[in-house]
Design a protein around this ligand. Structure first.
Ligand code: NBP
Length: 471
């Protein structure tokens, strides 16, 4: 009998997704460029399951029921184009090709245009949740034509993580919108990871806490409505693990250079192009860039003087260190607010017609940024679908008003201790800028008019003005 579903690419994600589909009643056929991996999989994790293998793409396609549903899980970029080119000649009217990799959304726009003019459908789908999510239920962000989506809706609904108000998958919108939303998801993720790393640095260097003590604070935070989340949960776990060599905290043995595969960069580039203000997310990207300059930092530490850490009381660890929690909550809210702002502007610019409450809903389970805060975000956009910034929703406004003093104290303590907190300090500037009705850019306008006759508007009368500033 022919299989319901086909998978190309047996990397960690592909293996887990096909096992997920099979568990949910979809028999599968798998193909991988290196056949040995297919054989190993079929004799290993894929044994005794309704999963068959194929040596080449022609055999792969012939083993699928029609219309065919094929998920590609290969390295983004050239590998995706290679697979598309190789499989296209075998696909027919009504078939559907889905790219579940982390494609650059403009690549997906191009592929959708190229391929939809052929007879088969194409979906660009962001998948989040790592290997475990892929197996147990990821959050999925599919974009393309609605008719193509309808053809895989029941499959995706079953494979996705489930939360109280439904599966963590929805039709995102046309073209590259699915990959765009996944990209922004990753930008928010970069932000929250850096925020938690900054909190760790302050607890360690300002408060002298051990891994277990810091983990307990994370455990406390993970029980609060504001911070309960997957990333706080895994941070607690990471801080508790000991090095088997000497039983010291393993995290202290890890090289302080963070990798990146591009989605954070794409988020920031898109934000800048769209005119979205995303300083917290940008600071997290820059944090990774700075971290990779290890040799330069090693040298600079020996020649540049500055403040040194000394103890500051951020509140009792058994109470979740309330001041530090204020800072972490507001920076986390800022990451989400800035990410949602990019989505709002992209929705207008690219005609994606994004449904903001649904996007918050599908991020509530399965994905890396899942958190209880997303229910509040979902509610805020449900109440006002054209909300221009999450922070002006009443619940979030109250958070800012209650916690801004704490964030301010933490950022100034970090500055006095000479400890960099790029996300926390950017958040403070973001919030202070956002709540300032009159900013000093009037002077920037004066300078621009002075050197370049760029003209300026006035606050007291309409029109465009120019002044000869220098005699
Ligand atoms: P990788 O990103 O490591 O890709 C490995 C797969 O790509 C293998 O099956 C490999 O085949 C295949 N491949 C390559 Br590389 N070049 C190819 C080519 N020219 N033609 C055909 N196949 C080719 O695997 P992954 O980590 O499972 O990720 C898959 C996708 O999912 C990526 O786009 C990734 O960004 C995305 N993603 C990953 C995660 C995660 O947590 N890892 C989460 C969400 C999304 P081979 O065996 O012959 O080398």
């Amino acid at each position: 009998t022919k299989a319901h579903f086909g998978l190309v690419g047996l990397g960690v994600m592909g293996e887990n997704l096909v096992l997920n589909a099979e568990r949910n009643g979809f028999s599968s056929v798998v193909y991988n460029r290196t056949y040995q991996k297919t054989e190993d999989f079929l004799l290993g994790r894929g044994v005794n399951k309704s999963i068959q293998g194929a040596k080449d793409l022609q055999e792969f396609v012939s083993k699928l029921e029609r219309p065919r549903r094929v998920l590609m899980m290969v390295k983004a970029g050239a590998a995706t184009d290679a697979v598309i080119n190789q499989i296209s000649p075998f696909l027919e009217e009504g078939d559907l090709l889905i790219d579940g990799g982390n494609a650059q959304f403009m690549d997906t726009e191009r592929r959708v245009k190229e391929l939809e003019s052929k007879s088969f459908g194409y979906i660009g789908m962001g998948v989040s949740g790592g290997a475990k999510g892929a197996l147990e239920g990821p959050s999925m962000m599919p974009g393309g034509t609605k008719t193509s989506y309808d053809a895989i809706e029941s499959l995706l609904n079953k494979m996705a993580a489930q939360v109280e108000d439904g599966p963590c998958v929805t039709y995102i919108g046309p073209g590259g919108s699915g990959h765009f939303v996944k990209t922004v998801h990753n930008g928010i993720e970069y932000g929250i990871e850096q925020i938690l790393a900054e909190a760790y640095d302050l607890m360690k260097r300002v408060c002298g806490m051990s891994g277990d003590e810091m983990a307990s604070v994370m455990g406390y935070w993970n029980k609060t409505e504001e911070l309960s989340s997957y990333l706080v949960e895994i941070t607690e776990a990471c801080l508790r693990v000991k090095d088997p060599d000497d039983s010291s905290d393993l995290v202290e043995k890890i090289m302080d250079k963070a990798g990146q595969k591009g989605t954070g960069l794409w988020t920031v580039v898109s934000a800048l192009e769209l005119g979205a203000s995303v300083p917290t997310i940008y600071a997290s990207l820059n944090g990774r860039v700075m971290s990779s300059m290890k040799d330069q930092r090693n040298y600079a530490e020996t020649i540049l003087n500055g403040n040194k850490p000394s103890f500051v009381d951020f509140g009792k660890p058994s109470d979740g260190m309330p001041l530090l929690m204020d800072a972490v909550v507001l920076a986390t809210i800022a990451s989400y607010a800035q990410g949602m702002d990019i989505l709002r502007l992209a929705s207008e610019e690219y005609d994606y017609d994004l449904d903001m409450p649904s996007i918050a809903q599908i991020w509530k389970g399965g994905c890396i940024i899942r958190s209880t805060l997303l229910s509040r975000i979902q509610d805020a956009f449900k109440k006002d679908p054209s909300l221009t910034n999450l922070i002006i929703d009443k619940w979030f406004t109250d958070q800012v008003n209650n916690r801004l003093s704490g964030l301010t104290q933490v950022v100034s303590a970090a500055a006095n201790a000479g400890i960099p907190v790029p996300c926390l300090s950017s958040t403070l500037d973001y919030l202070n800028s956002f709540r300032t009705s009159r900013l000093p850019q009037n002077l920037v306008q004066a300078m621009r008019d002075c050197f370049g006759s760029h003209t300026y508007e006035r606050v007291d009368k309409a029109g465009s003005f120019h002044t000869e500033w220098i005699d």
